[in-house]
Design a protein around this ligand. Structure first.
Ligand SMILES: [Zn+2]
Length: 299
């Protein structure tokens, strides 16, 4: 069986060619996955509905994004210009993670080619995150009774502070974030389990720490996994402060996928951040999530 992967051409938004965020990666990642025969087709999401978004965001904030009436401070905190293509991108990328979560229920494993907007919280976006797609999709599954105990395993270099804030009083979602201690956000929130890593950490120490915490997480009975596979842990990332190699990222993704896939827990992988100095390398690193999932679905 082929890995179900969700993609939409509107994941690309017009934010200006000189913008720090490498928005072209979404289109290039889709090309890479097809050219390298990791998948032969994509599932196309619909824009997330207002009702579904409102599971994780305040109505005023959603309206401010849809009508482009968000305050200057609110827009500045997000870091993208609030233009039509950014609004559309935010809606389809969130719809993409919702669709991917349904595919994971049906097929056991799935991926989005965007998502992991983990800095967005109930009242507003932040750090290149408009809507918190994983939080929206988690509520979507819980509301339909398709999951009762969700794990969000967040290995982006930045803390998943939006997820931990949205789910701080929700016992049906366990938030795990393993991130750089000194990276954004300066003020961390409290996940159910936070692991703070020192600057310049390398592969062996990183992977051993991950293995230790995967064992801990295996003590709980989760029935759905969201994996935020940020590749900004790479040594050549413009923002991240860790020193993980290409091979380290590949092994990390394989460890995580194998750990949950072998237990047959529905698994949905989303992209997370990545700001590599080398654009082609960035696309290749993001594809490791999809390659890892494809490897296990074929096994
Ligand atoms: Zn990040």
């Amino acid at each position: 069986m082929e890995l179900p992967v969700v993609n939409h051409e509107d994941y690309f938004a017009k934010i200006g060619d000189d913008h720090k965020f490498p928005i072209n990666k979404f289109g290039e990642l889709a090309n890479y996955l097809i050219q390298n025969k990791i998948v032969s087709k994509f599932y196309k999401p619909s824009p997330c509905s207002f009702e579904t978004l409102s599971y994780a965001h305040s109505k005023n904030y959603i309206l401010d994004i849809q009508n482009k009436t968000l305050s200057k401070e609110g827009v500045k905190k997000i870091g993208f210009p609030l233009v039509d293509s950014v609004v559309q991108r935010s809606l389809v990328a969130t719809g993409g993670t919702v669709l991917a979560s349904k595919l994971a229920i049906n097929y056991g494993i799935s991926c989005n080619t965007a998502g992991g907007s983990h800095h967005a919280s109930y009242y507003g976006g932040a750090g290149y995150c408009v809507f918190n797609d994983v939080a929206v999709a988690s509520h979507y599954l819980l509301n339909r009774g398709q999951a009762n105990k969700i794990l969000i395993i967040d290995l982006d270099v930045h803390q998943g502070n939006g997820n931990s804030e949205i789910f701080k009083d929700n016992r049906s979602v366990f938030t795990f974030s393993m991130h750089s201690k000194t990276n954004y956000p300066a003020k961390k929130s409290n996940s159910n389990l936070d692991v703070e890593l020192e600057d310049n950490l390398e592969d062996d120490a990183y992977l051993n720490t991950l293995k230790y915490y995967l064992k801990e997480l295996n003590q709980e009975n989760f029935d759905f996994i969201f994996y935020i596979a940020g590749v900004d842990i790479h040594f050549n990332d413009r923002l991240g402060k860790l020193k993980i190699s290409d091979e380290g990222i590949k092994l990390r993704d394989e460890l995580v996928v194998e750990n949950f896939f072998s237990r047959r827990i529905p698994f949905c992988g989303v992209l997370g951040g990545g700001y590599n100095k080398d654009f082609n390398k960035l696309v290749e690193l993001h594809s490791m999530l999809h390659q890892s999932c494809a490897k296990y679905i074929g096994s």
